[in-house]
Every structure is written in structure tokens, then in C-alpha cells.
Design a protein around this ligand. Sequence first.
Ligand code: DGI
Length: 141
Amino acid sequence: MAIERTLSIIKPDAVAKNVIGQIYSRFEAAGLKIVAAKMVHLSRREAEAFYAVHRERPFFKDLVDFMVSGPVMVQVLEGENAIAKNRELMGATDPKKAAPGTIRADFAESIDANAVHGSDAPETAAAEIAFFFPGMAIYSR
Ligand code: DGI
């Protein structure tokens, strides 16, 4: 199985709930290593750029409003099958549909405030990692 990297965001709702450590524990227990991390409060322009693929969707403004509502914790996760593994840990986009024991089932309130983001494919992972950590050292170990 290939070693991959994926971009993870702990969104403002989960940061406000003080569960960064609990979410990090789940990454570690699943064998995903945190190889870069920072806390940032996104500007509207940054949030719009990050979610540009959703620009035409009816929920775009709500999504951007939410993502700029407080600081987020952004990390690069590395490990075997990291992209799919992180998506499994996250659970479905709508927490009401997320499997028991997933991050969204346990920590998310709604489809708008759904606790975490994770890249969905190798191409988006590469682009999203470059968006948040351009030319920055990533500590593979
Ligand atoms: O990769 P995901 O975060 O699971 O989902 P996505 O890439 O399809 O959508 C990105 C975010 O946009 C998602 O985490 C929450 C929001 N979103 C997606 N679909 C809907 C939505 N928000 C609302 N209100 N309604 C939707 O149908």
C-alpha cells in the first residue's frame, strides 16, 4: 500500500469545542502521522479560494461564513492509504448519516458545522497541501 499525504482541517466548531486533541488521537490510533500543522483564522478570500470548487453551490456562502467564524487547525497527515483512511475516520458529510464512532458522528452538529475536512483524492490532496503549506518543510518520519 502506498504511503500518501492528505490535508486535514479541524473546523471552527470542533476547535471551539476544544476537541483538537481527541481528533488528533484518532489520527494517531489509525496510524496517521501529523507531519505539518498550524492554527489559522482564514480570511474570507482564503476560504473562498480553498472551496472554489463549490462556488456555484447554494450552500457556498454559508460554508464560507462558517469557515471564517473562528480559527481552524490545519494538518498534513501521512500514512498508508492516508486519503481514504482519513475520510473513513471523518464519516459522511452529514453527521446524521455518519457511521457511529466516526469524528463527525461524535463531534459534529450539522452538515454546515461538520467538524473536519479531508482531501478526497491524490490530486486534491496535493493542491490543498500546497495551499496551506507552500514550500514549507513537512516532517516525514
Ligand atoms: O468532503 P466533504 O467535506 O465531506 O464534503 P464536500 O467536499 O462535498 O463539501 C464541502 C463542505 O461543504 C462540507 O463539509 C459541508 C458543505 N456542504 C456540502 N454539501 C452540503 C454542504 N452544506 C450544506 N448546507 N448543504 C449541502 O448539501
